[in-house]
Design a protein around this ligand. Structure first.
Ligand SMILES: Cc1cc2nc3c(=O)[nH]c(=O)nc-3n(C[C@H](O)[C@H](O)[C@H](O)COP(=O)(O)O)c2cc1C
Length: 182
């Protein structure tokens, strides 16, 4: 199974990036994961939607080629970061590459809500007509890594919190089943 992962934070020591990298390593026997460089995408411009810049074309092709998409995002001002919304906007116009694509949303934050508000917004975006992704249903499948500063190794290491990893293992298996259902 080929997975493309979108990380909503660009900072080097991002908890969300480290969560994506933890998954890339921990589940390497279950799927092959590439992390997309969404920071390299220009701002969405509707004048260019039918013939976008090469870097956008490459990104959209990677989305098309993936069997599934994982989105690991922080919450910025009660919503998703602009860089993630920008990437999703590119996917939603011209060739609509997210249509029917299985998506697993996750997030990590330093506060108590663990990106809950951002994930609610993200789920709305993912079912907008231009996106029309096939999102892992929420009931019990929300991965909200709160108090992230206590759950990762040092300032740049991976997720090490045992119960969070155990929960993540279960949800990853649920997502794989969801993808296989087609
Ligand atoms: C612009 C900005 C807005 C933020 N807004 C929220 C917010 O609405 N809710 C929240 O829980 N944390 C918020 N935070 C704090 C982030 O959860 C925290 O910085 C987190 O570590 C960012 O994820 P990262 O480590 O992957 O970069 C915000 C941070 C930034 C930079």
């Amino acid at each position: 199974m080929k997975v493309l992962t979108l990380v909503g934070s660009l900072r080097k020591e991002s908890f969300n990036r480290r969560l994506a990298e933890t998954m890339q390593e921990r589940y390497q026997d279950k799927f092959e994961m590439e992390i997309a460089d969404i920071g390299a995408l220009p701002h969405f411009d509707q004048d260019e939607e039918l013939d976008p810049p090469a870097v956008v074309k490459e990104f959209k092709q990677k989305v098309l080629d993936a069997d599934a998409i994982i989105i690991v995002t922080p919450e910025y001002n009660w919503s998703v970061p602009g860089v993630l919304k920008n990437a999703l906007d590119w996917t939603s116009r011209g060739e609509r590459v997210m249509v029917g694509k299985p998506v697993f949303p996750l997030g990590a934050s330093m506060g108590m809500a663990g990106t809950l508000r951002a994930q609610i917004h993200l789920r709305q975006i993912l079912v907008a007509p231009g996106v029309s992704a096939k999102v892992l249903p929420p009931g019990g499948n929300e991965v909200l890594v709160n108090f992230a500063q206590q759950k990762f190794e040092g300032e740049s290491g991976s997720l090490t919190d045992g119960s969070t990893l155990e929960f993540l293992d279960q949800k990853v298996d649920a997502f794989i089943e969801f993808v296989k259902e087609g």
